[in-house]
Design a protein around this ligand. Sequence first.
Ligand code: APR
Length: 230
Amino acid sequence: MKKIVVLTGAGMSAESGISTFRDAGGLWDQYPVEDVATPEGYARNPQLVIDFYNARRKQLLTVEPNEGHRLVAALEERYDVTVVTQNVDNLHERAGSTRVIHLHGELTKVTSSFSPNNPQYIRELRPEEYEVHMGDCAADGSQLRPFIVWFGEAVPAIGVAADHVMQADILIIIGTSLNVYPAAGLVQYAQSHARIYLIDPAEVNVPYNRHIHTIRKGASEGMRELSAIL
Ligand code: APR
């Protein structure tokens, strides 16, 4: 079975109603990234950060996977597929993808403020626990924090993700501006024989000199077109 790695970003979930970050009116226009997505912002005003992620979790309960997510999941019928996502939502899983690596964490999980990457403290929330409060504690007694990789923090899953990209026959990139490292650098691990496809309605500057088959469409329409030619 041929191996496919699908690298996704916020554009993958745009048609489900979740805003992207860097498009006009995107999340980073509405909330200063240094306040809600950095360890310094969290140290300054933990309440603001906790509220921001509570709102993201609440939204998760109101959105559904789109056709693009479902077509990515359907690739598993014919290929060995690993999804490497920068998204913190759970829409790939809900669409049926069985192997999903979350580079930037997961909204549905919380962890310790002291040792965020210690697996001992990472915990899945039940939907009725989606609203986290100041004073809610992890098993080490520290404030529960979102299990999210913030700017300036290590990306523990990057090595495993790079190994998958290195073994891929086909790399499919969907809905990411490739502005954020180390995620954007994963493209560099694709072997020279690997075919690379990119689905995005906007022009994306891929930082490596590779031949890329570009489908300039949204995630659902683009995945429909790609599924037909694969
Ligand atoms: N279908 C596919 N792609 C789309 C769609 C759509 N319907 N709508 C928009 N896009 C594309 C945009 O053209 C853009 O290239 O999705 C991309 C979104 O880019 P960003 O907002 O920069 O999101 P992303 O690349 O996922 O950001 C990476 O940055 O802020 C951090 O941690 C956050 O994981 C995030 C990371």
